[in-house]
Design a binder for this molecule. Sequence first.
Ligand SMILES: Nc1ncnc2c1ncn2[C@@H]1O[C@H](COP(=O)(O)OP(=O)(O)OP(=O)(O)O)[C@@H](O)[C@H]1O
Ligand SMILES: [Mg+2]
Length: 511
Amino acid sequence: MSILEMRGITKRFPGVVALSDVNLAVRAGEIHAICGENGAGKSTLMKVLSGVYPHGDYEGAIHFEGGERHFKGIHDSEEAGIIIIHQELALVPLLSIAENIFLGNEPANALGVIDWFAAYAKTQELLKKVGLNEKPGTLITDIGVGKQQLVEIAKALSKKVKLLILDEPTASLNETDSDKLLNLLMGLREQGITCIIISHKLNEISKVADSITVIRDGSTVRSFDCRTETISEDQIIQAMVGREMADRYPKRDENRKVGETVFEIRDWKVYHPEHTDRLFIKGVNLHAKRGEIVGISGLMGAGRTELAMSIFGRSWGRKITGEVLIDGKPADVSTIQKAVDLGLAYVTEDRKGYGLVLGNDIRANSTLANLEGVSSAGVIDEGKEFSVATAFRGKLRIRCSSVNQQVVNLSGGNQQKVVLAKWLFANPEVLILDEPTRGIDVGAKFEIYSLMAELAASGKCVVMISSEMPELLGMCDRIYVMNEGRFVGEFTGAEASQEKIMRSIVTAGGQ
Ligand SMILES: Nc1ncnc2c1ncn2[C@@H]1O[C@H](COP(=O)(O)OP(=O)(O)OP(=O)(O)O)[C@@H](O)[C@H]1O
Ligand SMILES: [Mg+2]
């Protein structure tokens, strides 16, 4: 029996029809996956369901537990037992776990005073349910994203959830944390809680989903029932992109040659910015040649992002020592501007924090790192800017009404593509990519891989940090393995395997 039916949902934004006559039926007690390309309308559909876009703001009907519902806001849908965990987590970093769980919902005693003793006890119970071994008083900022996701779920459980919606919950989690989360969802299913999950990680969908709805360009294109038939990843992909995708990775020239070393790091040491006596990056040596795609693999917390940031304009860390060489010459990359001028670019995994000016349009964001490239006599030429941004929009398949659209209104994956456009336009000699395909759909991933291969083929060098081992193995000529602030292994693309990489991490950890 269906617990939820969304019928004929249409949702418009100025100039965009984000959803057009979408239908969704979810059975009670199942895990229902929603798949679709970036900008297909997945998050919007869930925002309609949870009252973020209230009744009257969309066309169509929502039936939940047998009756039609007219949610006026998120509070209404929560009352009904529908809880959404958004794509961008919404916890307050400087408050404790308990405070976050009970924010706006604090248990009060007879005098109306918040009963923190009760809140802590309840938090402890909830944390146990989600398998999180932390104290209620621990600050959110002191735990990783994996644990923060679990806190979000604990918070949902504190509200008597019937239908739990998770929008890309594992996008920034490593494999272990993702597994933990998926197991927890399967546990909740046992208890009769219905769940809707949005994810671009199709292997996860295959693992947990009982049914799948695929959305393309704002319309429902297919539903699969995984209980009655076995659904392959290729079938899902085909429904998502509307064509068959033969390969996940572009073919690279078999006879490609690598050139001279263009980028080198020698004995790079960095101390932690707050715990200043803690050596965090412990003497890293790296080199990369023209034409090469070099990967850096490692577990979450290995120090890969910190390494890249400390190099790129010393954006992270203290007491930095060591040498950076570009084309064999010592390079001063001590500010971001200097690094960019020397041909270095760093595409960050954190698009909100460092990558984009959200209040600006796609056009201005795409050209931000190379204003000279769109200026005549020192003045920005808007026409040029427009054509550059439009070209990238085509190349990366950025889904938007026009490049004059503000990036804040783009879907998560499309924002990531704008960050990439910005740094590609800077035309760097060395491009460091940090989790470049996080939250990106399979089709667009292929486009990004193709651009990386093109860059390398044109004699540039690409350094890719990634937690997704298959993409490192699929794309890299050479892979470094990082663990606890040092490089503990190095493999050529041909000899590398998931197992060898994991083994070098484990052996290093045991020393
Ligand atoms: N507030 C808004 N104003 C204008 N357009 C919007 C707004 N929110 C979403 N859109 C547009 O609606 C479409 C659907 O966006 P949505 O965020 O639902 O995509 P998605 O399927 O969740 O994609 P992703 O996988 O990248 O997260 C996109 O074209 C997006 O640009
Ligand atoms: Mg989304």
